[in-house]
Design a protein around this ligand. Structure first.
Ligand SMILES: C[S@@+](CC[C@H](N)C(=O)[O-])C[C@H]1O[C@@H](n2cnc3c(N)ncnc32)[C@H](O)[C@@H]1O
Length: 265
């Protein structure tokens, strides 16, 4: 369990971190495949694409939302399905100021992702774990971030403090539309889930849209490889798909949900 800045078992023993700086809390019987989650290749592609800064507007928007809605002098920030750690690492940098003590941690079901995250962001805690069984104490986190990862509203509710925030980012209707148009004859738009999970109130729901240029073929390959669309590309269609990606549109749905204090439930 994540308890403050340390991982502990239920008997309050500290948990050993691997030399690489993370703990593996995914039991063999919780795995549906030998290597669950994103593969090493997908994670390397995601790292290369994100480090190029194309999704920086999203990180800036998330930092702004936390500044707007979190007022305590301490911040326990948890990234559920954190991938290679980009959003968590960047948010710690953007939010750092002398008056705010940040305790940042993240988990992902992919070992390759957590290995990479722990190496690059040694000031954050990382664990290999499922979002459906988060290794985090009840009511211990002020903000839970979930970007393009599957998850459980019940688990998020369990680990948030009363009044804690859940920042939920998912693809909106036009996300990577150019890529989808090159791949499918009748591309389906993403549909955004507007349902309100039990025990939360929605304090904001916004859409963040912007375009970015990808002049180099390699970064287009990285973007393709980090998405599930990669599996839909026939070998003889790859060149034309990559050619369609010189300018791409991002479209994010960002929901800010607040855990209702017990007295209001
Ligand atoms: C699209 S990636 C997003 C990663 C990161 N949030 C980002 O935006 O860069 C989805 C991530 O969810 C992870 N994932 C998939 N199923 C999961 C689960 N059941 N529990 C935790 N993580 C999971 C994958 O390994 C992958 O890293």
């Amino acid at each position: 369990m994540l308890a403050g800045a340390q991982w502990q078992c239920e008997n309050k023993h500290s948990y050993d971190r691997a030399k690489a700086g993370y703990v593996n809390l995914l039991l063999a019987n919780q795995k549906r495949s030998p290597e669950p989650g994103d593969s090493k290749e997908m994670i390397a592609a995601r790292r290369a694409f994100l480090e190029a800064g194309h999704y920086q507007p999203l990180v800036n928007a998330l930092a702004e939302l936390i500044r707007e809605h979190h007022f305590k002098p301490t911040l326990a920030l948890f990234d559920a399905g954190c991938g290679e750690g980009y959003y968590l690492g960047k948010l710690v940098t953007l939010l750092s100021e002398p008056e705010l003590a940040i305790n940042a941690a993240g988990s992902d079901i992919s070992k390759a992702a957590i290995e990479k995250a722990a190496k690059k962001y040694p000031h954050c805690q990382f664990a290999i774990a499922s979002n459906f069984n988060l290794p985090v104490l009840n009511e211990s986190q002020d903000v839970v971030l979930q970007v393009f990862a599957p998850g459980s509203a019940e688990e998020t509710h369990r680990i948030l403090t009363d009044g804690g925030l859940w920042l939920h980012v998912s693809p909106a209707e036009e996300h990577l539309a150019q890529l989808k148009a090159a791949l499918y004859e009748s591309p389906q738009q993403h549909s955004v889930d507007a349902e309100l999970p039990t025990g939360f109130e929605e304090i904001k729901s916004t859409r963040l849209q912007f375009h970015f240029c990808l002049p180099e073929l390699q970064i287009r390959r990285d973007l393709l490889l980090m998405t599930p669309y990669n599996w839909s590309v026939a070998e003889d269609a790859l060149d034309s798909v990559l050619a369609s990606m010189s300018e791409v549109g991002a479209d994010f749905s960002v929901r800010v949900l607040r855990k209702c204090p017990k007295s209001e439930e």
